[in-house]
Design a protein around this ligand. Structure first.
Ligand code: SAM
Length: 260
């Protein structure tokens, strides 16, 4: 019996061979790497990769799919399935130098990325399929419309490469939106953020109301005078700031809070 795609688990299964091959080439899996797949589904990426490298770990929430994966993977190699919600997986416990990939459930993409960044020091590479619009946001440079909170946080942690677009027809069922493949490479040297929570809240506040100025969105955190003294125009919008501008803002706030 063929598995019915479950909407609540964001299930859209890849079926087009040429697309599957192109994604695997981008993931570039190698024997000996610690490979972890998020959401193996019916095995579209899992089985060919398993065949070429012999073993991998996969995190899947849907029990019916897990049963099917267990049976079918035997022909290809050693598949270790970790059952459960990827959002409650502590990736740090898996080990180091993780190579994480997957055609992600789009309904949890933002929380999932933020969750992965918590374990960033354990990750060597990530290659994901996401909704195209999300990949555009991840890769957006400052000054363009798609640039926002997710761009700043992601680019603080990773180098981002938009690899290619995937049309809805590559999946069953076909999603309503276009998809894209992104490569996220954790930066070897990150900017020096004194307090990560503070950095994240400054970024979130700065973008909280898109049409408002920086000074307005940061009211209660940083004064107009402080913004000016950092060389920023209080009247400018958050989307014009670089990642290092945000780091500077958060560190300034941190220093003031810890002096007083
Ligand atoms: N990799 C398969 C493919 O490309 O055909 C399936 C991709 S499908 C877009 C997303 C997969 O993630 C599904 O197998 C789904 O059951 C699984 N999934 C959804 N939510 C999950 C969660 N919270 N934790 C773990 N897996 C999840």
């Amino acid at each position: 019996v063929k598995h019915r795609a479950r909407k609540r688990f964001g299930q859209n299964f890849l079926h087009q061979d040429s697309v599957i091959q192109r994604i695997i080439t981008s993931i570039n899996p190698k024997k000996g790497q610690h490979l972890v797949e998020i959401g193996p589904g019916r095995g579209a990426l899992t089985f060919p990769i398993l065949k070429s490298v012999g073993k991998l770990q996969a995190l899947e929430i849907d029990r019916d799919l897990i049963a099917e994966l267990k049976v079918n993977s035997i022909h290809y190699g050693e598949l270790e399935i970790i059952e459960g919600d990827v959002l409650s997986m502590d990736f740090a416990t898996l080990g180091d130098n993780l190579h994480i990939f997957g055609n992600l459930p789009y309904n949890i993409s933002t929380p999932l990325l933020l969750h992965l960044f918590k374990a960033i020091d354990h990750i060597e590479s990530m290659c994901f399929m996401l909704q195209k619009e999300v990949v555009l946001r991840l890769a957006a440079e400052h000054g363009i419309k798609a640039y926002g909170r997710l761009s700043v946080i992601t680019q603080y942690y990773c180098d981002v490469e938009y690899l290619f677009t995937v049309p809805p027809q590559a999946f069953t069922p076909a999603p309503k939106v276009e998809s894209a493949i992104v490569r996220l490479t954790p930066k070897k040297n990150r900017l020096n953020v004194k307090d990560l929570n503070l950095f994240e809240s400054v970024v979130a506040s700065a973008f909280s109301m898109k049409r408002k100025t920086l000074a307005n969105n940061l009211k209660g955190m940083l004064t107009k005078e402080e913004l000016s003294s950092l060389g920023l125009d209080p009247g400018q919008r958050a989307e014009t700031l670089t990642v290092s501008d945000f780091v500077m803002l958060a560190n300034t706030l941190h220093d003031r809070l810890n002096l007083g």
